[in-house]
Design a binder for this molecule. Structure first.
Ligand code: RIB
Length: 295
């Protein structure tokens, strides 16, 4: 069984600010750093750091070689990452003194996925393989349909949620990882219990992880509902915390770990990521997660 993550790779330009800008305001940043990121890349790195071999498929543009290097350094298979001409996917991220962020995303090379490229990548995968997706690349609906036809198991973190997801047949998804906002966007419900109930009604066969910020996370499948609180740390930068959770929780499923243990592992890994700057750079190795003493 192979794991394919078809997703974005971004250069994150991270600006340290006193507070997140308001409309019309000009503010001097205290510091700027460039980090490797993208929801896709972060989740591949989280899987790899958790010990799961993963193939990443996607496209990088000008200046994106560092993203490829990061994959290689962390043991992510890069044979399906294509270098194209033109702007690389990138973001402008403000991080305030409390570690909260806001992200402006420019798709660039992540939006150049062609159906031919999708077909070529999926040719190397088969029934029973896992496909992980987020919503930062184009052709998401086509990727889902083709992977489903092959019998791959589809896991989606539908983030950031936008109209591209309306074109996707989400009944083909086996596992959703969503936050409350995405849960609302999919179901029209605001309360966690209602979101879970509606997902069950809309997609009876799907499992779901609903992350609730400071209130932790909830997992629902046919056996019931499992809850996990957060581990408290001093927030330095919340970027990639959700991606770390996603990668680690999926790793726990692939290792047949009991659900409660998997949620705890993912919550610990994401807490460590919150306590550090950057995206991929903030994701801890499995050893560290297992040995950390957080409460
Ligand atoms: O989830 C965090 C990621 O979202 C950042 O690394 C940024 O690239 C955006 O895609």
């Amino acid at each position: 069984m192979k794991v394919l993550n078809f997703g974005s790779l971004n250069l994150d330009y991270v600006y340290q600010v006193d507070h997140i800008l308001i409309p019309g305001e000009t503010l001097a940043a205290k510091e700027r750093n460039t980090f490797c990121g993208g929801k896709g890349l972060n989740q591949s790195i989280a899987l790899a750091k958790a010990g799961i071999p993963v193939y990443h498929a996607g496209m990088i543009g000008d200046g994106g070689e560092i993203l490829l290097d990061t994959c290689r350094e962390n043991g992510v298979n890069t044979e399906f990452i294509l270098k194209i001409d033109g702007p690389c996917g990138h973001t402008v991220i403000q991080v305030d003194k409390d570690g909260q962020n806001c992200i402006l995303l420019f798709g660039g090379s992540n939006r150049s996925i062609t159906r031919e490229f999708v077909d070529e990548v999926l040719n190397s995968f088969e029934k029973g393989d896992i496909l992980l997706l987020q919503n930062e690349v184009n052709e998401l609906d086509y990727i889902i349909d083709k992977a489903y036809d092959k019998g791959m198991m589809i896991i989606i973190n539908p983030s950031p949620y936008d109209s591209a997801l309306d074109a996707c047949d989400l009944s083909k998804v086996s596992l959703f990882l969503v936050n409350e906002i995405e849960g609302y966007q999919i179901t029209g419900e605001k309360e966690p219990e209602q979101i879970l109930a509606k997902i069950k009604e809309l997609y009876p066969k799907a499992k779901i992880v609903l992350t609730l910020g400071g209130d932790g996370s909830v997992y629902q499948d046919e056996t019931g509902i499992y809850r996990q609180g957060i581990f408290k740390v001093k927030a330095v930068d919340t970027t990639a915390a959700g991606d770390t959770f996603t990668g680690y929780f999926i790793s726990s499923i692939l290792e047949n770990m009991p659900v409660q243990q998997g949620l705890e592992l993912a919550a610990k890994a994401s807490a460590i990521a919150v306590s550090r700057p950057g995206a991929t750079a903030s994701i801890p190795l499995r050893e560290e997660v297992l040995n950390c003493e957080l409460s």
